[in-house]
Design a protein around this ligand. Structure first.
Ligand SMILES: [Zn+2]
Length: 187
């Protein structure tokens, strides 16, 4: 466990995402469970995909305490509303910024089983040219919907994120706009 938590002690000598990762906690402290899960999620990315993500995420991956605006280089989002959901960045635990190609993962409560996995999904989507905006992706979502637990089944039925992403004014790419629409907040 310790081998993947701290720089310089990595058991996996060629862990590709290490060079992009910033750990915003003291090297002499053990991180909370949310941060531990994020590190483990990053470590579990298959090597070939991790190599591609490491090349793509030129803005880095920042893990730290609090919400998105508490993380270094995301402070400008403080007190801003999310562009899609009725919530604030101050309550949001994760973000992927496609402009900066940067992921931020915090520790505020989330309904997501993996905030880090969620944001990695946004990065993969961007890296591969937004397949989530294609019709086949919508069919894939629809085919899986009945297997999802509540509230995700209802959320997907009511507001498919891929459709939201294609609404005017909600496209990623401008400062303060949808950095990663659909990031988990309390429903
Ligand atoms: Zn999201």
């Amino acid at each position: 466990m310790t081998a993947i938590l701290y720089p310089g002690s990595i058991g996996r000598a060629a862990w590709p995402l290490e060079k992009r990762l910033t750990r915003c906690w003291g090297p002499d402290t053990f991180p909370d469970a949310e941060l531990l899960l994020a590190v483990m999620t990053l470590a579990a990315v298959p090597h070939a995909l991790a190599v591609r993500l490491a090349a793509h995420l030129t803005g880095g991956i920042c893990l730290g305490y609090g919400s998105v605006p508490d993380l270094p280089r995301f402070e400008s989002l403080r007190s801003l509303r999310l562009p899609v959901q009725d919530a604030s960045w101050d309550l949001t635990p994760g973000v992927y910024d496609p402009n900066a190609r940067r992921i931020g993962i915090g520790t505020v409560p989330s309904t997501s089983v993996s905030v880090c996995g969620h944001e990695l999904g946004h990065a993969c989507d961007h890296m591969d040219g937004y397949p989530s905006r294609e019709e086949f992706w919508q069919h894939l979502q629809d085919s899986c919907r009945d297997r999802l637990m509540r509230p995700y089944r209802i959320m997907l039925a009511e507001r498919p994120w891929s459709r939201l992403l294609n609404q005017p004014g909600s496209r990623p790419g401008t400062a303060g706009s949808c950095l990663s629409a659909g990031c988990p907040v309390k429903p």
